[in-house]
Design a protein around this ligand. Structure first.
Ligand SMILES: Nc1ncnc2c1ncn2[C@@H]1O[C@H](COP(=O)(O)OP(=O)(O)OP(=O)(O)O)[C@@H](O)[C@H]1O
Ligand SMILES: CC(C)(CO)[C@@H](O)C(=O)NCCC(=O)O
Ligand SMILES: [K+]
Length: 243
């Protein structure tokens, strides 16, 4: 598939917005952006792809800003089938667009079955077989949400508000919480592999998302890390006319 010339790619997540620029076939990641950055980026663009799961007010403002500046704004949406991949949801529009983009991005040029794990505000894992059927997936709290939920629902468990202990096991409450939440999040890689072994002859596990790198570093032999997957998925939504 030929990827078009140059466009802004915006991923409005639940914690923050991330941007990238698509230049010819290359994705240049700009990282997290402030609302002010977003305005400036839109002003400089001719076209953009928008994918939003968070902050409806900001999303609406982005749409209006694009319209006002006459920037073509393509909104990525989930459909029953796209780029050869079929969606497992009976109501495809209920699937998070970030999940779909990770699925599509990971599917680019891949012929084997795969699992894609997105370590964001929430953690999601989605499975696609070698025939390019999305089988379904998992949604669980992200590491920060896990930690926050523990503090809220227990009397005597305290946790750090920022930063993480890197102890393998804790010898005090806060370290135990950190080690427990990080182990649980890491465990998804092994659970995904277990699911894949039962369902696929051959498979790969790919990680993306704001918290992914640390989990990949601990498990480099059993998974890949592709920080630009969501943007790769978004690039597919650019019409070819700009090529
Ligand atoms: N500067 C930062 N601000 C916010 N989160 C950060 C930052 N640096 C790393 N992170 C980590 O990234 C995670 C959020 O990941 P990511 O940015 O992929 O999620 P998101 O896209 O905002 O949320 P969603 O999962 O809803 O799409 C947080 O759990 C946090 O631990
Ligand atoms: C699960 C999250 C929060 C992950 O970012 C997002 O994809 C979302 O809001 N999804 C909608 C629910 C679903 O995917 O079934
Ligand atoms: K995400």
């Amino acid at each position: 598939m030929s990827v078009p010339y140059s466009a802004l790619l915006l991923d409005v997540g639940n914690s923050r917005t991330k941007a990238a620029v698509l230049q010819k076939e290359r994705i240049i990641m700009l990282g997290p952006v402030s609302d002010e950055d977003i305005g400036q980026l839109i002003a400089k663009s001719q076209s953009m792809v928008l994918a939003a799961v968070g902050n409806p007010l900001l999303t609406d403002w982005i749409r209006k800003e694009a319209q006002r500046r006459r920037v073509q704004c393509i909104e990525a949406r989930v459909t029953a089938k796209a780029f050869g991949i079929s969606c497992a949801y009976e109501s495809p529009s209920a699937l998070g667009i970030d999940r779909w983009l990770a699925i599509l991005g990971a599917g680019c040029g891949r012929h084997r079955a795969y699992a894609v794990i997105d370590y964001g505000t929430a953690i999601t894992c989605d499975f696609v077989d070698a025939e390019r059927n999305h089988l379904g997936g998992w949604i669980l709290p992200g590491v920060n949400s896990m930690r926050g939920a523990l503090v809220q629902t227990t009397q005597n468990v305290a946790a750090r508000k920022t930063g993480w202990s890197r102890m393998e096991v804790g010898q005090n409450t806060m370290d135990c919480v950190d080690a427990g939440c990080l182990s649980a999040a890491q465990g998804i890689i092994y659970q995904a592999r277990e699911f894949c072994r039962r369902h696929f002859a051959d498979f790969e596990v790919i990680l993306c998302g704001g918290d992914a790198e640390q989990f990949w570093r601990k498990n480099p032999d059993v998974c890949d890390f592709q920080p630009d997957l969501i943007f790769k998925g978004m690039a597919l939504f650019m019409p070819e006319k700009q090529a």
